[in-house]
Design a protein around this ligand. Sequence first.
Ligand SMILES: NC(=O)c1ccc[n+]([C@@H]2O[C@H](COP(=O)([O-])OP(=O)(O)OC[C@H]3O[C@@H](n4cnc5c(N)ncnc54)[C@H](O)[C@@H]3O)[C@@H](O)[C@H]2O)c1
Ligand SMILES: N[C@H](CO)Cc1c[nH]c[nH+]1
Ligand SMILES: [Zn+2]
Length: 418
Amino acid sequence: MKIIKNPAAESWDSIFARPQMDDSLIESRVCDIIDNVRRRGDRALRELTLRVEGIDLEEFEVSDEEIAAACSAVSDELKGALAVAKRNIELFHRAQLTEGVDVETMTGVRCRQERRAIRRVGLYVPGGSAPLVSTVLMLALPARIAGCKELIICTPPNVAPEILYAAQLCGVDKVYRLGGAIAVAAMAYGTESVAKVDKIFGPGNRYVTTAKQLVSRDVAIDMPAGPSEVMIVADTTAQARFVAADMLSQLEHGGDSQAIAVVFSDDFAGELVRTFGEQLRLLSRREIAESAADNSRVIVVDDIDKALNIINYYAPEHLILSVAEAENIVGRVESAGSIFLGNYSPESAGDYASGTNHTLPTNGWARSISGVGVDSFTKKITIQHITQEGLNLLAPAICAIADAEGLEAHKKAVTIRL
Ligand SMILES: NC(=O)c1ccc[n+]([C@@H]2O[C@H](COP(=O)([O-])OP(=O)(O)OC[C@H]3O[C@@H](n4cnc5c(N)ncnc54)[C@H](O)[C@@H]3O)[C@@H](O)[C@H]2O)c1
Ligand SMILES: N[C@H](CO)Cc1c[nH]c[nH+]1
Ligand SMILES: [Zn+2]
């Protein structure tokens, strides 16, 4: 992991570049998969799953019997932990169900906004390199709170029992053994076995994210939630070993993950690199984290203003502010998916159980897109109710604008009522 001192703004594009892969190769593979599933439905799902995952599937949907068996195989300890996480995620997401607006804009002109749930939602749960049980909670609980009627999950074929338990715990209707772009295409276009959904949610690797972006011409998606990334700003009140542990917690996701620490002294940078190396050597997923460490950096800057410029430029998926006065500084952060304040808010807390959602925009999308929340599972409809008196008052404005646009029939729809 490189230490870089006071990099000039002109070098930021290369220093803070996300790990590159051959996107054109991934895109062409994903395009072929989507096209195949669209044209050939279940036959394509079976052939592609054999080719990509090496598994010959007889049934795509996981049966009730398998789910029941999985539920009894899961330990009581994990069940207890998931209950804690569920409670906190529900509390935080239920609180997001705010009242709609209702405004009388002029006498007799009433405008309001009402929320409606999206009917059928497709939830992608990653399972390539690790079975992300927590993602089931992060997607299914907000969907249920929003009032979605049908929830389906797709996850790579060797489905861990813990995922099935979590699905049952959160009231998911169906679970399909489908992974990557195959799953996204099935949910986007539907096949004989998989019903087309109204919106696709969930994180995943580059195959999943590319597929979601490609099908987004035809079906709504939550956002590009790709390889994990974390930026940590640490001053002398931080502990280097905590910072290193937080970096490694994201680097173990995949070789294309990225962790960037922004610190204020050479000594701290040196101590961080040392403890990072020590902790890395002891990790069970050492090889993955080691290859992601090549994409990672420690940046030394002079002051918090420079650190804030870097944060807002990079727009990290996760930002940890391990600095004195973190609460005072957080208001100056313009772009980040989710922020963790102080020395005792590790990112793992948000990944699993504090209550916030872990499905977050990566690759700089936090500049313009929010992470998943209850709003993601709803749409808001505007409604207006105008009285005769209200229309009389509003008519001159409508008619003048209709005249300016040369749209006579628009004007007539008002004047005929006057
Ligand atoms: N941004 C977020 O909110 C967030 C949250 C959780 C996880 N993540 C990220 O999700 C990712 C999970 O990735 P994963 O790989 O473990 O699981 P995954 O389920 O996303 O991907 C596995 C699937 O990728 C497909 N695939 C793999 N190689 C392929 C190939 N050569 N050709 C075609 N398809 C191929 C297969 O279908 C396989 O089932 C990680 O990068 C992690 O960082 C992001
Ligand atoms: N850090 C991931 C989001 O980038 C979420 C996750 C799930 N499990 C563990 N971590
Ligand atoms: Zn994580």
